[in-house]
Design a protein around this ligand. Structure first.
Ligand SMILES: C[S@@+](CC[C@H](N)C(=O)[O-])C[C@H]1O[C@@H](n2cnc3c(N)ncnc32)[C@H](O)[C@@H]1O
Length: 254
């Protein structure tokens, strides 16, 4: 995945609010060990550090560019390369926190129980994943995929988003979790700038596809997408663009 930390962090504010809300629902006051799973550029690490000043916090990610950004921004914090699909630690952690990451990892039916199994007794698995695939920002990606020469290349990965409905996660984890708290929030994100929804998506969802193509396809794909998104999300009278975004939260106790 061709992650660009600067593009991603252009919307650091709206991307951070769900992490704040997730963190607020974790009951641990003084965990010894905390994993930030899919830590990206480390943008959430200061929140974790502020909440738990004495914890051993470890950020894990499988993007070298994201990890480089995290290490530069926070040289005193610990970040390591790890692929979540292969991550199988032999110790358990008091908190496993994962914000806006597990939508990129397939096989939630085995992944989520496995992650909860890596949480120490009394500890917490806390997850936030976007559930916005019905929104024009996402559906228009599908429309562009269908209408261009890249269709055969991109169509097979188009349905790769493994995210399920809240009740599916409830039924998956209810037998394993001591306590289970699942909810959704739709944020009304208020964005600045020219065609900001296209810019926002370019830092996240669009990377799934742009990284698979060379020029001129990637440029042409992005250009078509930008035109469609600009029409779907016109600016309001005050110049701001509204980008509603639904997110799913899971807090499970081991
Ligand atoms: C959208 S960013 C989220 C960054 C940060 N957690 C936040 O809340 O803003 C998703 C991150 O997940 C990472 N990621 C995706 N698949 C992964 C995998 N299989 N193993 C480890 N990290 C992964 C990406 O490299 C990226 O940095």
């Amino acid at each position: 995945m061709a992650w660009n930390p600067s593009q991603y962090l252009a919307f650091a504010g709206p991307r951070m609010q769900p992490a704040i809300d997730l963190l607020a629902r974790i009951p641990q006051d003084a965990p010894d060990t905390v994993i930030d799973l899919g830590c990206g550029p480390g943008n959430i690490t200061p929140l974790l550090r502020q909440r738990w000043p004495d914890a051993r916090i470890l950020g894990l990610d499988n993007s070298d560019t994201m990890l480089a950004r995290a290490r530069t921004a926070m040289p005193d914090e610990a970040f390591e390369f790890a692929d979540i699909t292969q991550w199988n630690p032999d110790t358990r952690y008091d908190v496993i926190f994962s914000n806006a990451t597990l939508q990129w990892v397939e096989g939630h039916d085995t992944l989520f129980p496995r992650l909860l199994g890596h949480v120490a007794p009394g500890g917490t698995l806390a997850i936030q994943i976007p559930r916005n695939s019905d929104a024009p920002s996402h559906r228009l990606i599908d429309d562009v995929i269908e209408s261009g020469p890249w269709r055969d290349l991109l169509a097979p990965i188009r349905d790769a988003n493994p995210t399920q409905k809240p009740e599916w996660y409830r039924n998956l984890l209810v037998g394993q979790a001591k306590n289970l708290d699942i909810w959704e929030t739709e944020y009304l994100q208020v964005l600045d700038g020219d065609n900001p929804v296209a810019e926002y998506t370019k830092g996240s969802q669009l990377t799934r596809y742009l990284g698979k193509m060379d020029e001129p396809w990637s440029r042409e794909f992005e250009s078509q997408y930008r035109d469609l998104v600009a029409k779907a999300y016109p600016p309001e009278a005050d110049g701001k663009t509204l980008f509603p975004f639904r997110r799913l939260f899971i807090v499970a106790s081991a």
